[in-house]
Design a protein around this ligand. Structure first.
Ligand SMILES: Nc1ncnc2c1ncn2[C@@H]1O[C@H](COP(=O)(O)OP(=O)(O)O)[C@@H](O)[C@H]1O
Ligand SMILES: N[C@@H](CCOP(=O)(O)O)C(=O)O
Length: 308
């Protein structure tokens, strides 16, 4: 049996505007690149070879270790592993840094062990990594990170994950302002109650977004990419949010909102040319707020994690 493996695990956009905690999609880039090696004794070590990522000092709070422990416990294994991070999504970015790590380790070891579990069965363990990072075992990052594409979390209990078809020509613009917003903090500020009016609007939009993706109906996707519950609260953490979102829409994006818990923003477009124009417009607008930022365009990642 192989003793070591190197894998890539993708960044993800969770919530996707109106799908708080229930919808997410994977990006072709960026992502985590880790190498996992079986140790000769139980326990876990984390080696950080990334340029600018700072992990928790306690290795057992690393989401890659937390998810892997849950997976190995399920298998009844007492094996130990060394995890080396070669590249890393910046934590607190809003594109699933904690999720990419949680997904990477369980995918890697499942491959090393000859796939004792189906890939979709790995999500439940990666969710434990998310719980360590954000206090809640939300699946809308780790499900698409492991399964690829768009994934709807139809139910958490029991866990019911639905892969959602989407049009091939769909491009995501990500803009990442250089500020950190921890998911845990961005969850604490949310209202505990919502009005029936907002609930009706939100579930109409999530249904419309799913229908638009499945039908490849770009106008329907655009009409549905609206969030009346989470975005009004969290956008207060992102200086210039309204202006940047307006710039994206004015330059042809189907829709735009906060990526995950932020501070990154995402916009979906139906062509690469539009997505690139949107990236330029969002960057130019953010720069007017003197916030260092970088933007890029990514296709949707069909595959999820992969062995390198
Ligand atoms: N392997 C890891 N990768 C990223 N963040 C991690 C990891 N292990 C623990 N963490 C912690 O999780 C938090 C980042 O997760 P989160 O707030 O969800 O950000 P993001 O929006 O990037 O997923 C940070 O507090 C970080 O210290
Ligand atoms: N549904 C979660 C998604 C968090 O995404 P992340 O990429 O910021 O970790 C939430 O909105 O809290």
């Amino acid at each position: 049996m192989k003793e070591r493996i190197r894998v890539f695990s993708p960044a993800t956009v969770a919530n996707v505007a109106c799908g708080f905690d229930v919808l997410g999609f994977a990006l072709e880039s960026p992502g985590d690149e880790i190498e996992v090696r079986r140790r000769n004794e139980p326990g876990f070590t984390v080696i950080n070879k990334t340029a600018d990522t700072v992990f928790p000092s306690d290795v057992n709070k690393n989401t890659a270790v937390v998810s892997l422990k849950a997976y190995l416990e399920h298998l009844g294994s007492e094996d130990g592993f060394e995890i080396t991070f070669h590249s890393k999504i910046k934590p607190g970015s809003g594109i699933g840094s904690s999720s990419a790590s949680a997904a990477a380790s369980v995918f890697a070891v499942n491959e090393l062990l000859g796939r004792p579990l189906a890939q979709t069965d790995l999500v439940q363990f990666a969710m434990q990594g998310e719980k360590a990072a954000a206090g809640v075992a939300h699946a809308d990052n780790v499900a698409p990170a492991i399964m690829g594409g768009f994934v709807l979390v139809r139910s958490y209990d029991p866990l019911d994950l639905i892969q959602i078809p989407y049009p091939e020509e769909l491009y995501c613009t990500i803009i990442h302002p250089q500020i950190e917003v921890k998911t845990e903090d961005a969850r604490k500020i949310l209202r505990k109650g919502i009005t029936l009016k907002d609930a009706v609007t939100q579930w109409g939009n999530i249904a419309g977004l799913i229908a638009g993706l499945m039908k490849g109906d770009y106008p329907l996707i655009g009409r549905s990419l609206k969030d009346v519950i989470i975005e009004p609260i969290r956008s207060m953490l992102i200086p210039g949010f309204d202006e940047v979102k307006e710039a994206a829409l004015a330059n042809g994006a189907l829709g735009a909102s906060i990526s995950g818990s932020g501070p990154s923003m995402f916009a979906l477009s139906s062509s690469l040319e539009t997505a690139q124009r949107v990236a330029q417009a969002m960057t130019k607008t953010f720069s007017q707020f003197e916030i260092e930022n970088h933007s890029y365009v990514s296709k949707i990642n069909k595959q999820g994690p992969k062995v390198l």
